[in-house]
Design a protein. Structure first.
Lengths: 471, 471
């Protein structure tokens, strides 16, 4: 299944001196044959303290991808402390009992590695890519910061300013990000996916060192983590190292995830209208709440992936051909399904009106395409093409060691088994036209939708006098 | 300030045999002079265990109103257990250590009293009205159930079915209730006022005995309660009785209210469209988030009360005269401000389109009246009339012992002082035209609004073909 690119607050820490240390070549190994997909049959193990270990052998180059995945994300935050999961992710690069603040990053850099971390609604993950002989050092450091973080008040406050600035630049200064945030808040009436991963600004500003430590103590423990190592190593090697590092951390029986409230049955279509002079052009978005891979039954997630591929992905999609090419009502239009959440997935459509067309005309045209798909489905040829594209993408993506590691991590975090993760292409192959029709009728449901309009200035029709004139 | 009638899940337990016991006459004491308002200067006391005691002397008849107010409401529920505050309110009539299940109600009835309980977002309150010489018994029983509730699994499950049925009849079978629920969910993006007091049906169905007891142990204690006694008693008498009953319950230092998340700054107008064939006619509602008496500064809550009185209350209001009488676009129209929440108040407008008029025409007309008020304010004469009406209402309402007790209870719960509660008419008198203009411009803010349409069937304009025709 496709790896989510959106809905993650990510920090790329590409260290500029990587190439100086002679690892540049090994970092380009994705193009070397044989394909990692063939070799990639992962194995799963469990340490005595409850930590899961997944090893994905990939011997094309002497490099490894090491990822520590915690089964906790923004959706596990308690009311009032939104952003704490992501804040803690930042703070994980500060001091620990045996490392100075910043030492983690400096060491990775000195060893010629790359590293990265991200927070989604369901997971917080830390990853490093490094020469295989450096793996023991990385594992030692990552294990160290699992339970031995030492936070200084002053550093916490400085980092909070960094995050506020991050929110300003990514969200507050970006009208389409605000629109998405407002639409999520309207889509989820009860479930925490309605709260932004980075947090509400007014709550970020109140986060404390103690909030971060409380979250850390409650969720960071070997029995709440999955170690994923992909690369030029064997399961035996990884397990031996894991026992010597992570294996020494005691199981923490106090680890506890709060119960996430589920959505009530959807009853009413919702709309959000954001007027923001900074918006260059009007943007329309439509969200539908839908199941995720983890919560769906009967291949519905696979069917949604294929349906949205045919309906709205790229310039050969129904939506693009109808709106941009034929009707010329949109200058761009697309959509996708994202199915990586623990409890919910989301169907997204978007479009920008063509010059001289209104956002209402665009919305009517999108609704026309959706109605047509509900009524008439898609063709066998379209479905087969979508399957081929997905399976080709899957294989191609498997050549990236990082993508491979992420695929397993995301799947395991939401509760899939190795077999389910690896069997995805087969499930995709099995999806029928009828299954697509079923999910279209079921999930293109106005009652479960939010429609968002981003407008550079108020629409004339919405003002009172104009409406009165019309009557 | 006006006592909220809506937003409360209430159980009237008017016992039909009250009159048999000769108390019928005393129950009609509201019309007896002298007005209770003159006598009503309450006094406030604190027991050693932290319980507040308020006594409001009212010697017109040998009757008392006894209320136990807990500083906990539906907005204090944790995610996933919506409805637990109200559920517990029901369960409070079951067995305690020294009372059989139902004994509380039976005893009150036998003594010729009435009783009642309700749960709002901010408070849970229990009240009895009874002959003054029965007060010791009532206080003993109410004190008993403050900490000595004994819940049986079977009774809990039966009561849960009662509540599910309550929700079915009040909400699920009532399209306008559903509309309000959906609009609240859209109005509050973060604060728990967005969750219905009675709870989401899917969560009510999962509530357990242990959930109820956990909520009870965390929130029901003398140091989290206010005793309000109004009636034919002196402060000395009440305090003596209170010490002998409530005073014997130990202070519970573990009582703790969770932090309520506040709203992010409003950024985008929201809309909700509910299509329900059971709706007899279309209904339009508009909500604006606004401060409450507890959270407002500079008399803004008083100004909002007066503004909405002039703008939308009754057949002499601007809204009614313009929409129903003059434009004939509405068959009914009105609005009000409700300012009793701890963190937020709400401005509400509503209307029903006249025959032959669309809901869009009605909305445009409402927006026209609102725009006019923002631009031109109201007149001195309108403001003075509104003040007179409010102050008259206040005095008239003060003649009801129950209303009086509720006024103090609601005020104290959200943090007002006795002086603030009793000084309300004076604050109302001070409000200026300019203050009304300020709050109109500030709080008739589309970005902080939700507009709801309840339609018996889908509007034609919203379907794709019609929109295309228009382009």
């Amino acid at each position: 299944m496709p790896i989510p690119a959106a809905n993650i607050v990510r920090r790329l820490r590409l260290l500029s001196f990587v190439s100086c240390l002679g690892l540049a070549m090994t970092l380009a190994t994705e193009i070397i044959n044989p394909s990692a997909a063939d070799a990639a049959r992962a194995s799963m193990h469990k340490l005595d303290n409850g930590m899961d270990v997944v090893v994905i052998p990939d011997h094309r180059a002497p490099v490894v991808t090491h990822m520590a995945w915690y089964r906790v994300g923004a959706a596990d935050e308690q009311p009032g402390v939104s952003g704490i999961a992501h804040f803690l992710e930042h703070l994980m690069f500060k001091a620990t009992e045996n490392m100075a603040s910043g030492e983690f990053s400096k060491t990775i850099a000195r060893l010629g590695g790359q590293h990265n971390a991200f927070t989604s609604q369901d997971v917080t993950a830390y990853f490093q890519r490094i020469a295989r002989d450096r793996l023991p050092t990385v594992m030692k450091m990552e294990a160290e910061r699992m339970t031995k973080l030492r936070l200084e008040e002053k550093e916490v406050l400085t980092e909070r300013d960094v995050i506020k600035e991050e929110r300003r630049s990514r969200t507050e200064n970006n009208p389409s990000s605000i629109l998405s945030e407002e639409m999520n808040a309207a889509l989820y009436q009860s479930h925490p996916y309605g709260i932004p991963i980075i947090g509400w600004m007014h709550e970020i500003g109140e986060l404390t060192r103690e909030d971060a430590l409380e979250f850390y103590r409650r969720h960071y423990a070997p029995n709440n983590a999955i170690l994923v190592v992909a690369g030029d190593v064997t399961a035996e090697e990884v397990l031996k190292l894991a026992k010597e590092t992570y294996g020494k951390i005691p199981n923490n029986p106090a680890v506890k995830t709060y119960k996430r409230p589920l959505e009530p049955p959807p009853k009413a279509a919702r709309r959000v209208e954001l007027i923001d002079a900074r918006a260059g052009e009007p943007i329309l978005q439509r969200y539908y709440n839908a199941p995720s891979y983890a919560s769906a039954k009967n291949r519905e997630a696979e069917a949604l992936d294929l349906l949205l591929k045919v309906a709205a992905s790229g310039s050969t999609s129904k939506l693009y051909r109808e709106l941009v090419v034929k009707q010329k009502v949109a200058s761009s239009a697309g959509g996708y399904y994202t199915g990586h959440g623990k409890e919910y997935g989301k169907i997204v459509f978007y479009g920008v009106p063509a010059r001289g067309k209104t956002i209402e005309e665009l919305e009517a045209a999108i609704d026309g395409v959706i109605s047509d798909i509900i009524a008439n489905g898609v063709t066998e040829a379209e479905l087969e093409r979508a399957k081929r594209v997905y399976i080709a993408d899957y294989i191609y993506e498997s050549d990236s060691q990082a993508t491979l590691a992420r695929r397993y991590g995301f799947g395991l975090i939401v509760g899939q088994t190795l077999a389910q993760i690896e069997n995805w292409p087969n499930e995709i192959r099995k999806v029928t036209l009828n299954e697509l029709k079923t999910v279209a009728a079921k999930y293109f449901n106005p009652k479960a939708s939010v429609t968002g309009h981003l407008l550079p200035k108020p629409r004339k029709e919405a003002t009172a006098p104009k409406q009165k004139d019309r009557s």
